[in-house]
Design a protein around this ligand. Structure first.
Ligand code: SAM
Length: 222
């Protein structure tokens, strides 16, 4: 468990992005003999968007480490019209150590919003909604659609399954009727203003954090 009196992720690095070569950061200290460390990063510095605990670690070593504590939470987003929010969803899923992000429909998606976090996140493509549901059934995962459509129940007061796949729709059509028909339930996020809906990436962040509040072990957080 992290000591609450020690600096947290926002204080680490004090505004600098990453670290320089090992010899500059640790003068006189020999390079550690740790197979998780990447010789190239040690030699040239590590400016990647990773938490300080992973500085100089190779990408496979980071993925392997997250794999030991990924949550039994999966995220799916329907991508029949090339949704621009998928990068945001992937980045948030990475932050919460989601098991896998599932892209349903078009294989291509705009990676810009992911800020390279997709390199550390398991991704899986499904041709259509039926393929996603068949896969989830095989894994024993309950699918919960997230949308504010008739028949939905409030996310704020609903217990989410621990082994769970949260499914999001795209701007415009929302979660397809087929998907909502097969989902164990549909959860809505309470709104109070004039807009019909919020951005899908924002909705995904809210819903993922609802799962975290209910099921994650916060002592494992950075
Ligand atoms: C921009 S919404 C579009 C659909 C929306 N049902 C409508 O009538 O306009 C895109 C996706 O964001 C998520 N979303 C947006 N607002 C939501 C809310 N208030 N509750 C639950 N999900 C929401 C859902 O996954 C939805 O499919």
């Amino acid at each position: 468990m992290r000591d609450p009196h020690q600096p947290g992720p926002t204080e680490w690095g004090e505004g600098r992005h990453g670290v320089g070569p090992w010899e500059e950061e640790h003068p006189g200290v020999p390079r550690p003999e740790d197979p998780r460390l990447d010789p190239e990063l040690l030699a040239e510095g590590d400016r990647r968007n990773v938490v300080d605990a992973y500085r100089y670690w190779s990408r496979p070593a980071i993925i392997e480490d997250i794999d030991t504590r990924r949550h039994p939470l999966h995220i799916a987003i329907e991508n029949f019209e090339n949704d621009a929010n998928i990068g945001t969803v992937v980045r948030t899923a990475n932050a919460f150590a989601v098991d896998t992000v599932h892209i349903v429909g078009r294989r291509r998606w705009n990676r810009r919003g992911a800020m390279v976090t997709d390199r550390y996140q398991h991704l899986r493509h499904h041709l259509d909604t039926a393929a996603l549901f068949d896969w989830a059934a095989g894994e024993g995962l309950d699918v919960v659609a997230i949308d504010n459509t008739p028949g939905s129940v409030p996310l704020e007061t609903t217990e989410l399954p621990r082994r769970c796949l949260l499914l999001f729709g795209q701007e415009g059509p929302g979660v397809t009727p087929e998907a909502q028909g097969r989902a164990a339930m549909t959860c809505s996020i309470a709104q109070f203003g004039s807009t019909r809906s919020i951005n899908a990436g924002v909705a995904a962040g809210i819903a993922m954090h609802s799962w975290v509040r209910q099921h994650a072990d916060l002592r494992q957080a950075w």
